[in-house]
Design a binder for this molecule. Structure first.
Ligand SMILES: *[C@@H]1O[C@H](CO)[C@@H](O)[C@H](O)[C@H]1NC(C)=O
Ligand SMILES: *[C@@H]1O[C@H](CO)[C@@H](O)[C@H](O)[C@H]1NC(C)=O
Ligand SMILES: *[C@@H]1O[C@H](CO)[C@@H](O)[C@H](O)[C@H]1NC(C)=O
Ligand SMILES: *[C@@H]1O[C@H](CO)[C@@H](O)[C@H](O)[C@H]1NC(C)=O
Ligand SMILES: *[C@@H]1O[C@H](CO)[C@@H](O)[C@H](O)[C@H]1NC(C)=O
Ligand SMILES: *[C@@H]1O[C@H](CO)[C@@H](O)[C@H](O)[C@H]1NC(C)=O
Ligand SMILES: *[C@@H]1O[C@H](CO)[C@@H](O)[C@H](O)[C@H]1NC(C)=O
Length: 492
């Protein structure tokens, strides 16, 4: 090792304990007395420069003030900023938390910057993510000590080479209980709760680390007891792009703790691909098939609803459905409806957007009845006008209908006439012309729509006399109207 101007020297003596805060002796570990190979440490192949082994048994060329013993050292002088030397520790394959206890110092001469020592934790050959612990700049000539509490859950078991085992009396760094996966529906807030154990742990730096390197700050911490606390991390209104692996990291002066990676699973609330299908139609009902077997999004579906409204209306009604078909009742005849299906999966915000609509019309219903008495708008000598205002939709129960007026009358001994006239159903009045004056005419109205016909009762109307004059004579004490003599007009 040529360490002339600046050195980063890390003595890495790693020891393992199955349970972090037990006072059990370390179960494994390694010193560098027999070289890095014996400990299964190796130089990363994809870095820029090398770590070098220093052995207590062999002569080396370090400045005399540097520590004695066996350790790994890296000379960071003559390297550009950003260049890296990476030493890989053996893979940890046991379940539960590992405590890694190590000593380090960053040394430099003449006030030079020795660089940064970073600790990274990679899970299952995944990305390196951000450091869980780092130290920058000159740290002095004495060894400093740090511990890492790393939480893993893997299935293979590997026996480590044992080196000299020791007992550490210090409690381990804050460490995490197993972090569980979080599943939410898209659009909801997701919360990871990290539970950490360790003395004074609540004062440590804490964050949630996403696999891609993004750090999420702590939202809330809460003491559970004097040795345990919970930290919450909130991801606001998550989408599919937030789905990833996350882990808790804590850092104190003494060391770092990192949890296992847990998954954020973002589910997409389900939505039918196709509109509902029409199975049957009547004047006041629609029978539909929900047609919700093909969906966009995630299941399982725990609720199906039918949402419908009049195309021209503003209100909407929603009904839960637990059969493949559904009958919408009490609808208006000859009216267009828009029907959609809503699907819900478990969890808050599990209802998806409505599927595409079925737009369909109910059939006409049989006319209710015609008005009991025809509303006469105008009586003249030779014509009678019937008001049709009284024929509202609630009577015709169809938007297409025909109106016929039939009339008959007798005049003198042998003159009679009977006829039926088709009326313009949309005209403001239905007029019967060419009637004789001063004659009792019997009228009735017939309402026809595609579903049926209804007739009104007959109404007898007496046509006016031709050219009637009125003489008004005022008597004493009170006004009294008298009808004057009849005059026959010759205008017609
Ligand atoms: C570690 O590095 C980050 C930037 O990547 C920095 O914010 C943080 O203070 C460093 N921690 C230590 C202990 O140096
Ligand atoms: C590790 O944990 C998993 C899941 O809990 C378990 O199936 C496995 O047997 C454990 N392995 C060891 C070595 O304890
Ligand atoms: C998510 O959290 C924010 C702020 O705490 C809140 O305003 C919002 O309503 C929450 N969203 C949901 C879907 O709960
Ligand atoms: C029909 O509707 C009109 C108003 O649109 C209302 O005045 C009338 O009472 C209704 N008739 C029936 C039979 O419901
Ligand atoms: C009606 O009767 C009168 C006589 O009373 C007769 O002159 C006339 O031709 C009759 N009209 C018809 C249409 O039969
Ligand atoms: C019409 O009928 C009424 C009642 O039946 C009767 O009083 C009236 O005289 C009749 N009018 C004519 C012009 O025959
Ligand atoms: C209404 O009248 C038209 C023409 O006279 C006819 O074609 C149609 O079938 C009638 N509609 C009904 C409902 O009776």
């Amino acid at each position: 090792c040529v360490c002339v101007h600046a050195c980063v020297c890390a003595f890495v003596r790693v020891l393992y304990r199955p349970s972090p805060c037990s006072s059990l002796p370390f179960q494994g570990g390694c010193t560098f007395d027999d070289g890095p190979g014996a400990c299964d440490y190796h130089q990363d192949l994809y870095d820029d420069f090398e770590w070098v082994h220093v052995s207590a048994q062999e002569p080396h060329y370090l400045p005399p003030e540097m520590p004695q013993g066996s350790y790994m050292v890296v000379d960071s002088s003559n390297h550009d900023p950003g260049e890296k030397a990476r030493l890989q520790l053996p893979t940890m394959k046991e379940n539960d938390t590992h405590c890694i206890d190590f000593s380090y110092l960053l040394y430099s001469q003449k006030g030079l910057n020795p660089g940064t020592l970073n600790i990274l934790v990679r899970v299952n050959k995944g990305p390196l993510a951000n450091p869980i612990w780092n130290v920058t700049g000159f740290t002095g000539r004495d060894w400093l000590r740090a511990e890492l509490a790393v939480k893993f859950l893997v299935c293979a078991f590997l026996k480590y080479n044992t080196g000299s085992a020791g007992v550490v009396s210090l409690p381990c760094s804050p460490h995490f209980l197993r972090l569980g996966d979080v599943e939410v529906n898209a659009g909801q807030n997701a919360t990871f709760q990290c539970i950490a154990t360790g003395r004074d742990a609540v004062h440590n730096k804490l964050w949630l680390q996403r696999r891609n390197g993004e750090d999420i700050p702590v939202a809330q911490t809460k003491n559970i007891n004097h040795r345990r606390f919970a930290a919450s991390f909130r991801l606001q209104e998550v989408t599919k792009t937030d789905q990833d692996l996350y882990r808790c990291v804590t850092q104190s002066e003494r060391g770092s703790g990192v949890s296992n990676f847990a998954q954020l699973i973002v589910r997409e609330p389900p939505r039918p691909i196709a509109p509902p299908q029409l199975l049957g139609v009547g004047p006041t009902y629609l029978l539909i098939q929900l047609n919700a077997n093909s969906i966009i999004g995630d299941g399982p579906i725990i609720l199906k609803e039918v949402e419908y409204r009049m195309t021209s209306g503003s209100w909407t009604e929603t009904h839960a459905v637990n059969a493949p078909t559904y009958k919408l009742w009490h609808l208006d005849p000859d009216t267009e409806y828009e029907i959609r299906v809503l699907l819900t999966r478990p969890g808050e915000g599990g209802t998806g957007l409505p599927g595409p609509p079925l737009i369909t019309r109910t059939k006409c219903a049989e006319p209710m009845r015609t008005p009991k008495t025809l509303k006469i708008a105008e009586i003249q000598a030779r014509r009678i006008a019937v008001d049709w205002e009284s024929l509202g939709y609630n009577i015709t129960r169809c938007h297409t209908f025909n109106v016929t007026i039939c009339y008959h009358y007798f005049r003198g001994h042998n003159e009679s006439r009977a006829d039926c006239l088709d009326m313009d159903p949309k005209a403001p009045q239905h007029v019967v012309n060419h009637l004789p004056p001063y004659t009792n005419v019997s009228l009735k109205m017939i309402l026809t729509n595609p579903e049926g016909r209804k007739e009104s009762e007959e109404t007898i109307i007496q046509t006016d006399e031709d050219g009637t004059l009125m003489f008004i004579i005022s008597g004493g004490g009170g006004g009294r109207g008298l009808r004057g003599p009849r005059m026959t007009s010759f205008l017609h």
